[in-house]
Design a protein around this ligand. Sequence first.
Ligand SMILES: [Zn+2]
Length: 190
Amino acid sequence: MDIKEIKEKVERNEYEISFHAEKERYAENITFTDLENAIYNGEILEDYPDDVRGPSCLLLGHSQNRPIHIVCGYTPINWIRIITVYIFNPKGQSGLMKGEEVKEVREMHNYGDCSFCGGKVKSDKVELVYQYRGKLYIFQNVPAGVCQQCGEKYLTAKVAKEIEQRILTKEKWDKTISVPVDVFPEEIAV
Ligand SMILES: [Zn+2]
């Protein structure tokens, strides 16, 4: 993949992000500003031109002195898809995944095949649960692509940014619910 092309497309919002990456992003407190900054100053560490799910690559960039790893690929309309994002930890790293495809424009966004399992991704409205700084946020009626095989979800950059904006700034929510919490005792048998 070409780093210049990736930067240009990200700048134009021509990219998607998997919900897997969204969860990683919130868990590590990587804002969209961090993510995009890391891409703008980033470089390709590993290129996978022959991946079975299409070309993908591993990027390393920095934001606020934190090293950020980003795995991305293409969508069928040659947008960029961000598959995974995490803070690089030299002492052993969790699941890397390779990347792939998706997209069209207009009101019907054309999601391509799943980057994780290769399954078909269909447009739908979904409920998403985000966790950020100890709070849960539930978003309903969110337009997303849903893998018909493994259930992974894909959001366009615009939609994912809208969610981040709401989490960071919204004061009045449509409703608030209480959530039961149970902590398993140590003695429960596996
Ligand atoms: Zn899948």
